[in-house]
Design a binder for this molecule. Structure first.
Ligand code: MSP
Length: 509
């Protein structure tokens, strides 16, 4: 049986349209999902939409539509974008789906049955126009931090989850599993938060109605984070499923999230799971945030980067590449058109594109496009080949650590090695000397075989380019498996390979 790999994105709120920040998380997960598939894993890659809650209810009201109408409309924007970006998810969960609703209610019942959910009162400062509760600390001179109007102390009946009970167990788990929360700085942040003391958590609302009813007391709806976090198991069919996906894939290998939703995933979610008697996720990785040309992305600044526009202008693969190459995953980064164009022109058009054009053009010119048999490798050839074989485990470990930019850097050292190998071996000089014919043949073989491995390794990041290069090399563009295909020498001599057209056009701006 294949080993399994379960990876998730956060589920996106439908009160906003997709932007580059959402695309970032989803593409990152897609790269890992594709890579793990290529390595022979049975992958379950989940994304979806978070459709309940007051924000969605309000956005719908402002638009004169029902919350479900709004969700039905916006969900298409997300699904359409993932298709455009070549995101190959296994499932797409919407929290308004019946399967999800049932799972959430079951999880509630189970935890309640174990005695960890109780009915009490939630007391805080309420802003009536905003329909929002605030803690004393959040108020600004006693007024609502959002609209500045006066607030009043209000008591609302609420169900509580006995989160405080799990404080020590959670801390012990984090200590015993150093990889549970990544990167390390985030882990420290969570540990300090827990050490300040966990309070019981209000997990129901009565002040609005757009949510999953609490079983047995339908005046209450489920708090949106209890609802949303459960998606990671309801999509697997929790509490049980004919597909047995829950037994097969849970606990997940990694929840990939943005740094703003760290606490929900590393405090709330694990304690819910502990209460339910379910295993915790193996890893939660929080990435950084993108600013745009140095500024925070916001509707009011009108600087929200719309991924569809970028794809139209620059293509899918370059955007996928840029997002993961430019900034170390885990740190904040800045999106700028200049940086994007620079990456496309230098890394893609110049380094990768040229290597393919030069190698295939020389094969055409010197061997009529027929791949020669490599003869024995001299020291330069051996060193070139050795770079490839030693890079594979390094790339593998970078990807296991979600260090996408490092994995790409290593792949690009191979691309540079290819260009340097051409300069060092000077095939045009070898071609002038008939006695060097075998040597010339080996050089071209090695270049194209290197290209094949580069294509396989780049394919998770740039699926179109990867498949295109493999097609040019006469390989099956649909077979992106790295299992048994990542050994040196996979290209059969004698094959015809045509001169490649430029892979990435240079962007002139
Ligand atoms: N619905 C919740 C998640 C529930 S998961 C059980 C939510 N949704 S969201 O749509 O607001 O945000 C989804 C993700 O997008 C978050 O991980 C967030 O960090 C990410 N991003 C939103 N803006 C971003 C940037 N500017 N840059 C990078 N990621 C950003 O939170």
């Amino acid at each position: 049986m294949k080993p399994t790999y379960y990876i998730t994105t956060p589920i996106y709120y439908v009160n906003d349209v997709p932007h580059i920040g959402h695309a970032y998380t989803t593409v990152a997960c897609d790269v890992l999902a594709r890579y793990k598939k290529a390595k022979g894993f049975d992958v379950f890659f989940l994304t979806g939409t978070d459709e309940h809650g007051q924000k969605v209810e309000k956005a719908a009201m402002a638009n004169g539509e029902s919350p479900l109408e709004l969700a039905d409309r916006v969900v298409q924007r997300f699904q359409g974008l993932w298709e455009t970006l070549n995101v190959d998810n296994t499932d797409f969960i919407r929290t308004t789906q019946e399967r999800h609703k049932q799972g959430v209610q079951e999880l509630f019942r189970l935890i309640e049955g174990k005695g960890d959910i109780y009915l009490g009162h939630y007391e805080d400062w309420y802003c009536t126009p905003c329909e929002a509760f605030w803690t004393e600390n959040q108020l600004i001179e006693g007024n609502c931090p959002d609209c500045g109007r006066p607030t009043e102390k209000l008591k609302e009946e609420s169900y509580f989850f006995a989160m405080s009970k799990y404080q020590d167990r959670l801390l012990a788990h984090i200590e015993a599993n150093p990889d549970f929360i990544q990167p390390k700085s985030r882990r420290n942040e969570v540990v300090s938060f827990i050490k300040e003391g966990l309070r019981d958590l209000s997990i129901s609302r009565t002040s609005f109605s757009w949510g999953i009813p609490i079983p047995g007391n339908e005046k209450h709806i489920t708090y949106v984070w209890f609802d949303a976090l459960s998606n990671y198991i309801t999509a697997l069919g929790y509490p049980d499923s004919e597909s047995h996906n829950l037994e097969k894939y849970w606990p997940c290998d990694v929840h990939v999230i943005g740094k703003d939703i760290l606490r929900f995933h590393t405090v709330y979610w694990p304690t819910f799971l502990m209460a339910a008697g379910l295993p915790l996720p193996q890893k939660v990785f929080a990435h950084g945030w993108w600013t745009v040309e140095g500024q925070k992305m916001s509707k009011s600044l009108r600087n929200v980067v719309e991924p569809n526009m970028l794809v139209e202008k620059y293509g899918i693969d370059p955007i996928r590449y840029f997002l993961l190459r430019e900034v170390p995953f885990g740190l904040d980064g800045d999106f700028s058109h200049a940086a994007l164009v620079q990456r496309i022109n230098s890394d893609l058009a110049n380094d990768l594109g040229n290597l393919l054009s030069r190698s295939t053009a020389m094969l055409s010119k010197y061997f009529d496009g027929t791949l020669p048999e490599p003869t024995e490798a001299d020291a330069v050839d051996a060193a070139f080949i050795e770079q490839f074989t030693s890079a594979l485990p390094v790339i593998d470990s970078h990807l296991d650590n979600l260090a996408f930019n490092k994995a790409l850097q290593v792949i690009w050292t191979l691309v540079s090695a290819g260009n340097k190998y051409i300069d060092d071996t000077a095939p045009w000089a070898l071609a002038k000397d008939e006695s060097q014919r075998d040597k010339l043949g080996s050089v071209l073989y090695n270049l194209l075989e290197g290209m094949r491995l580069v294509a396989l390794l780049t394919a998770p990041f740039m699926p179109e380019a990867g498949a295109k290069i493999l097609g040019i090399l006469g390989e099956d563009p649909d077979n992106l498996s790295l299992e048994g295909h990542d050994n040196w020498g996979g290209l059969p001599a004698g094959r015809s390979i045509e001169k490649a057209k430029p892979l990435f056009p240079r962007i002139e701006e």
